[in-house]
Design a protein around this ligand. Structure first.
Ligand code: TRP
Ligand code: SF4
Length: 337
């Protein structure tokens, strides 16, 4: 461990295969940051249980898929500590201490909880399916963050509200025990704007509008062909408006070179390029971009024991740091041992 480097930590719930929203919104940032920071990245399998406690058949597979996507995208076990939340029980212990000091109304007011509850209810949830664990989501998340007493938490924009609650809880801990024991970490965001799904809405697994990192070329192509374009361009010889081309052109800006984007824009405006051809070209670019990543993923997938080993080793390393922080916290609180 390098004491001169600042610390970061972040995680994702193990919800299965990741999509391009995860990739551009979070993962590329993590890959870059692991060179500058002492990084801890973890798969939040306990957090997955907050909503899926009664549907655990895919739990193992989901963890495996997240790990595969991370490794394929360049999260490097030699640079970062990659661990599994449930293999670091120190976090659960910290969660207990935090749960004692977190006011009930703070967790009840959590806007993200309200959203999750709404989604659960549309899926037929009753009062009994909103559990104590789900209510404690932000407290557990705070426990994750303080486990390594980090300076920053690199997340997607959707997690910022959570980090705010975490900062409040951490501040309260420090105030109650009259110490500056835990850092109040700040979120670190990527500068890439939110990637839309192929239908123009927020990209999400449950909206059926995502492109997975692990999709094969044919699937990717099919999905790209469905992307929303300039809705007012009806016929091939109508001039197009790239600025109103909600998804296809936005993807071009990510996957094309400056030169290519300029050309697409000109040909679109001049009605020299039809949307079908435009999308075919784009699909090729996307597939080219992800080809090496997908190949790397296949290689890891052929060796599940390597992936297991990486998680076990990372978790062992994480526990050593976690234990130090936990011991300090217990001392601050005034526990007997
Ligand atoms: N809530 C995050 C998600 O939905 C996962 C998460 C859990 C997390 N604990 C965290 C993220 C701590 C950053 C820091 O993906
Ligand atoms: Fe969008 Fe391309 Fe069609 Fe222009 S040609 S409207 S950029 S899909």
């Amino acid at each position: 461990m390098n004491p001169t480097k600042k610390r970061i930590m972040s995680g994702m719930r193990s919800t299965g295969k990741l999509h391009l929203g995860h990739y551009f919104g979070v993962l590329t940032n993590w890959v870059k940051l692991q060179n500058e920071y002492e990084a801890f990245y973890f798969i939040a399998d306990w957090h997955a249980l907050t909503t899926k406690y009664n549907d655990t058949k895919n739990l193992r597979e989901d963890v495996q898929n997240v790990a595969l996507d991370w490794l394929a995208c360049g999260i490097d076990p030699d640079k970062s500590t990659i661990y599994l939340q449930s293999l670091v029980p120190e976090t659960a212990e910290l969660h207990i201490y935090l749960s004692m000091i977190t006011p009930q109304n703070w967790v009840e007011r959590d806007p993200t909880l309200k959203d999750m509850t709404k989604i659960l209810r549309t899926q037929g949830a009753t009062d009994n399916s909103i559990t104590y664990g789900l209510l404690g989501y932000p407290v557990l998340m705070t426990a994750d963050i303080i486990t390594f007493n980090v300076d920053y938490v690199p997340v997607g924009i959707d997690q910022v509200a959570h980090i705010e609650i975490s900062r409040d809880i951490i501040r309260r801990f420090n105030n109650i025990y009259k110490v500056e024991y835990f850092n109040e970490p700040k979120p670190l965001l990527t500068d890439i704007p939110l990637l839309k799904g192929i239908d123009g809405n927020k990209m999400g697994k449950s909206f059926n509008n995502d492109i997975k990192i692990s999709d094969d070329e044919e699937t990717t192509q099919k999905k790209i062909m469905k992307t929303i374009t300039d809705r007012e361009r009806i016929r091939r010889d109508d001039p197009g408006h790239p600025e109103n081309c909600e998804v296809t052109y936005q993807y071009w800006k990510i996957f094309g070179t400056e030169e290519e984007v300029r050309q697409i824009e000109a040909d679109c405006r001049g009605a020299k390029l039809g949307c079908t051809d435009c999308k075919k070209c784009l699909a090729k670019k996307v597939n080219e971009y992800f080809a090496p990543i997908r190949e790397k993923r296949h290689k890891y997938a052929e060796h599940p024991e390597t992936v297991r080993e990486i998680l076990l080793e990372g978790s062992k390393k994480a526990r050593i740091e976690a234990k130090k922080v936990l011991d300090g916290a217990k001392e601050v609180i005034g526990m007997y041992f």
